[in-house]
Design a protein around this ligand. Structure first.
Ligand code: ADP
Ligand code: MG
Length: 346
């Protein structure tokens, strides 16, 4: 690691912007004009434009004690473009605005941008603008992602149909358990700074927390199979809270089966170390950035081709409510917090 420290003030605002954006090579034909003018120019050639924006505040959304800056840059981009994929669109451009205090050196900011550009490369998006400001306290990150979709092929949350299958990508709950480990080690570090962190063997859950991926592969798979989900969103707050959104906005109920919820082996073992229920983590943990979507039953045969997709339940009449059937066969209403497994578990 480099020990030199360059003060950001030594470059000035324009020098800093030039430095941060000097290596941009535009990847999309839709990016007509990128960084360097009053605004970027984008031409989506007859497609519709999808836009999503996120504000990330130090101490609220991330903790620099255990988040390497490169990971933070990468994750900031990933969580933003995950919203574009969740519309069944392809992200093409981002803008990134930052507020930085003088605690940050140029070297620190370079690390952050290394992560940003790594994500831009991986997902094929162009950084086309932003804004740079000083901040009194804490690191502030504002991201806007722009994407494209064929006319009227975007997928909303409100259009699920009764009888549709409820699907999720990947596995759930791991990022939350990763966060528990990081928070535990932070507490130990604050109480006794000499103690080395003990995160041995927890790379799966910690990786899910610090370096999530957006499910570009699932959107591409669905497109190749010519399956258009009836409703879709990404899972940032846990399965329970998200399925409740789809049910409320689609004016339907649903049934989710506990034994169908995808849970990774390392996540299960890690949850047991904290004596918490892996299902509860999947339902109420956050930051998985997997996709939750509904498809007509007729598309089932195409979906089973992909091991990264699990069917976890189906949509019902609104009067049936939003329920989970536990492994023991009992039925409980889902709430935004999951369900109270301590009192209800049978
Ligand atoms: P203005 O005064 O019009 O806001 P700026 O001097 O802030 O212009 O920005 C000049 C150019 O640099 C613009 O293209 C802007 O989008 C871009 N830019 C500014 N800050 C950043 C940043 N942190 N990352 C990427 N591009 C940036
Ligand atoms: Mg500006």
């Amino acid at each position: 690691m480099s020990t030199s420290r360059t003060e950001i003030s030594s470059l000035g605002e324009f020098g800093l912007i030039d430095h941060l954006t000097r290596n941009i090579e535009l990847q999309n034909a839709s990016t007509v004009l990128g960084v360097g003018d009053d605004a970027a120019v984008i031409d989506h050639f007859g497609k519709q434009t999808v836009i999503s924006t996120d504000l990330l505040l130090e101490g609220v959304h991330f903790d620099l004690i255990y988040t390497p800056l490169k990971h933070l840059g990468y994750k900031s981009v990933v969580v933003n473009i995950s919203d574009i994929y969740a519309m069944n669109a392809i992200p093409t451009q981002i803008t990134l605005s930052i507020g930085i205090s003088n605690r940050f050196s140029l070297e620190a900011l370079d690390e952050f941008y290394e992560g940003v550009y790594a994500a831009c490369d991986k997902y094929g998006v162009d950084l086309v603008g932003g804004d740079t400001s000083s901040s009194q306290k804490g690191f502030i990150i504002s991201l806007t992602a722009i994407g494209e979709v064929a006319p009227d092929k975007f997928v909303k949350r409100s259009t699920a149909q009764k009888g549709d299958l409820v699907c999720v990508s990947g596995d759930l709950g791991a990022a939350y358990v990763g966060l528990l480990f990081l928070e535990r080690e932070k507490k130990i570090f604050i109480e006794s700074p000499g103690v080395q962190p003990d995160l041995e063997g927890e790379s799966y859950v910690i990786g899910k927390m610090l370096k999530p991926e957006a499910r570009k592969d699932i959107i591409e798979f669905l497109a190749n199979q010519e399956v258009v989900p009836t409703a879709m969103m990404d899972i940032s707050d846990g399965l329970s809270s998200e399925i409740l959104h789809i049910c409320r906005q689609s004016e339907l109920g649903c049934v989710i089966y506990e034994d169908k919820i995808p849970i990774a082996g390392p996540m299960k073992e890690a949850a047991f170390k904290f004596e918490i229920d892996p299902t509860a983590c999947a339902l109420s943990g956050g930051e998985d950035y997997e996709l939750l979507f509904t498809i007509p039953q007729s598309a089932y045969d195409k979906l089973v081709l992909n091991e990264e997709i699990s069917v976890v339940g189906y949509m019902t009449d609104p009067g049936d409510g939003v329920n989970i059937i536990t492994k023991g066969g009992s039925k409980h209403p889902l709430t935004a917090q999951g369900w109270n497994h301590l009192t209800n578990r049978q």
